[in-house]
Ligand binder design. Structure first.
Ligand SMILES: [Zn+2]
Length: 73
């Protein structure tokens, strides 16, 4: 269940709210204002650490560094 952190636009109060759907109306528990800015940085770090690109080592199939073109063999 996602818990989002908000900052009230009117009183700058920070509060957390369980949000079932994005259309859910949130209101500040302090001043009951319905204008609040969502803080998305709280939960983003949990999934951002995964590396999507897998490291593939260079296929050095016994051909040397340049394929024999540079005369380094
Ligand atoms: Zn408020």
């Amino acid at each position: 269940m996602p818990i989002y952190e908000y900052i009230c636009d009117d009183c700058q109060n920070e509060f957390e709210k369980i949000v079932i759907n994005k259309q859910q109306e949130i209101s500040c528990p302090k001043c009951a204002s319905k204008k609040a800015t969502i803080q998305l940085s709280v939960f983003s770090s949990a999934t951002a650490g995964g590396s999507s690109k897998s490291f593939t080592p260079p296929s050095s199939g016994g051909r040397g560094c340049c394929g024999g073109g540079c005369g380094c063999h």
